[in-house]
Design a protein. Structure first.
Length: 183
């Protein structure tokens, strides 16, 4: 056995690297540093989407952190899938969000959804059959009721709440901008 093979055996045993043959240890090239590919569009630090923008929570439990990363502490947890939130900043795979009360924190982008929801704001609101105050009221909803946004045109939005659909003025909702078109 050559000195090279003896040295490789000694090195493998000293480093406790597991079952490595003398030839493998001696002939192994140093590991290459993994190159990190640049983020793809829509992934990583810059999605190209407008900020701020509304999205919804895509999970029943969403941890909100004090900063953009797992090393930051969890400051609270949302437990309501579909809750509308506003993205106010992006950093790599993290999004700073704001809720309807103005509280902000960071969540991983995988916990968010592009499906649009809104909350009834203010007092009890009438949802109408058509986008007009003169149309038939199909239901009433209390403040904080969450519904899926179906579409918004002009100053009215159509939403679905518990399987029922109706129109109401967009200014009575939190989760949609005044000039935003949703189809």
């Amino acid at each position: 056995m050559s000195i090279r093979h003896l040295f490789a055996l000694f090195l493998a045993a000293a480093c406790a690297v597991g079952p490595v043959s003398a030839v493998q240890a001696a002939d192994a090239a140093p590991p290459k540093r993994a190159e990190r590919p640049p983020p793809e569009p829509g992934k990583g630090s810059n999605t190209g989407l407008p900020v701020p923008r509304f999205v919804s929570l895509g999970s029943d439990k969403v941890n909100v952190r004090s900063g953009p990363g797992d090393r930051y502490p969890i400051v609270w947890q949302f437990v309501r899938r579909g809750l509308p939130v506003e993205i106010t900043a992006e950093f790599e795979y993290w999004r700073r969000i704001r809720d309807q009360d103005g509280a902000e924190g960071w969540v991983h982008k995988n916990l968010l959804s592009g499906r649009r929801f809104a909350l009834i704001a203010g007092g009890i609101r009438n949802l109408h059959d058509d986008p007009s105050q003169d149309s038939t009221v199909v239901m009433q909803a209390e403040p904080g009721v969450q519904g899926r946004l179906l579409n918004c045109k002009d100053s009215w939005c159509r939403m679905e709440v518990n399987g029922r659909r109706g129109w109401l003025p967009r200014m009575q909702l939190w989760g949609v901008y005044a000039d935003e078109t949703i189809e």
